[in-house]
Design a protein around this ligand. Structure first.
Ligand code: PCA
Length: 323
């Protein structure tokens, strides 16, 4: 009897410290299972589970199945779920810094994309932190290219085309080139093309393959016009409820996931472009005229961005340029 009471007390004490219970975090991403971001996140989840010896597991809900993209960050913020992934630039109305990685031709390589990330990471972290969330890691998509049904030699060929946008910047590109933008989530691309809501898009080879772009477009122009990033973040309350050792294990796994993700993204750029070609798409370099036209759009958008960026944004932009 005495022994049993002691045992019960010990269990209660452990439970009180939060040590006896295993935790499960619910995580939501808008992107599908086969996508390299999701594969990387699942590996992060396995890594965390192993490192915490099962004290923390993460349930990944892909493809917008749990929450639609715009609801993921509010869901983590309110504590409805513990962890989420979003396209950073989806939040560009909240903070101009979230827009920087979708300005055409501001960065033209992964090296530059990494530099842009390094100078803007602090502001992204602060923004999340002020809302009770912690940045875990951020991984870029491969460079963005143009998918069309007809050949395109200059921006004039795009006039009047119905264009799939995925954030503020892509909608603005459409406006500046005389196209007609409609916001469509990645998961809804095939349907939007099938029903004629859109007839062209700019996105990565990865999303092109995810959505089987060869079913509804014929040309892929490998613009590499910008390198947008996703971010994976967690509710600070959830993170703080872990023991210090487990919290450090999560953050260490996040650092590994970030490195892995940047490598995977660069491999994707080549391997998924090859799949587009294998599936019969014409994979082409943009004509000098098309590039020049889009660079002009990029200049206009940079000027517009600087006007609404505020001091913090302008400083980040200057730090990126190195002045
Ligand atoms: N894929 C996502 C965002 C950028 C990308 O390459 C999309 O098209 O929605």
């Amino acid at each position: 009897m005495h022994k049993k009471t002691l045992g019960t007390l010990a269990i209660l004490a452990l439970a009180g410290l939060g040590l006896a219970q295993n935790q499960v975090w619910t995580m939501a991403t808008p992107y599908p299972d086969g996508n390299f971001h999701t594969i990387n996140i699942r590996e992060f989840a396995r890594d965390v589970e192993a490192a915490t010896q099962g004290r923390l597991s993460i349930r990944v809900n892909s493809g917008g199945s749990l929450l639609p993209h715009p609801q993921i960050l509010p869901g983590v913020r309110s504590g409805q779920i513990q962890m989420g992934e979003v396209l950073i630039s989806l939040l560009s109305n909240e903070n101009p810094v979230f827009d920087l990685d979708t300005i055409p031709f501001l960065v033209s390589s992964y090296e530059e994309a990494l530099r842009l990330y390094q100078v803007s990471r602090g502001e992204i972290e602060n923004w999340l932190s002020r809302r009770g969330m912690t940045l875990l890691f951020s991984v870029p998509w491969p460079g963005q290219g143009l998918y069309t049904r007809q050949p395109v030699n200059s921006v004039a060929d795009l006039r009047g085309v119905r264009f799939r946008a995925y954030n503020r910047a892509t909608a603005r590109i459409a406006e500046l080139t005389g196209m007609v933008p409609t916001q469509v989530e990645a998961a809804d691309i095939p349907q939007a093309f099938a029903t004629g809501i859109v007839a062209a898009m700019i996105t990565s080879p990865s999303t092109g393959v995810d959505s089987q772009a060869w079913d509804f477009t014929r040309y892929f122009y490998d613009l590499r016009a910008w390198i947008p990033k996703n971010m994976v973040f967690v509710s600070r309350r959830a993170l703080d409820s872990l023991s210090p050792a487990d919290r450090e294990a999560v953050l260490a796994a996040a650092r590994r996931a970030e490195e892995r993700g940047w490598r995977a993204s660069q491999q994707e750029a080549a391997s998924k472009t090859a799949i587009l070609a294998q599936r019969g798409m014409r994979v082409l370099q943009p004509s000098p005229q098309l590039t020049a036209d889009l660079k002009k759009v990029g200049q206009t958008m940079t000027e517009e961005w600087l006007r609404r960026a505020g001091a913090v944004g302008v400083n980040i932009y200057r730090a990126y340029l190195g002045r």
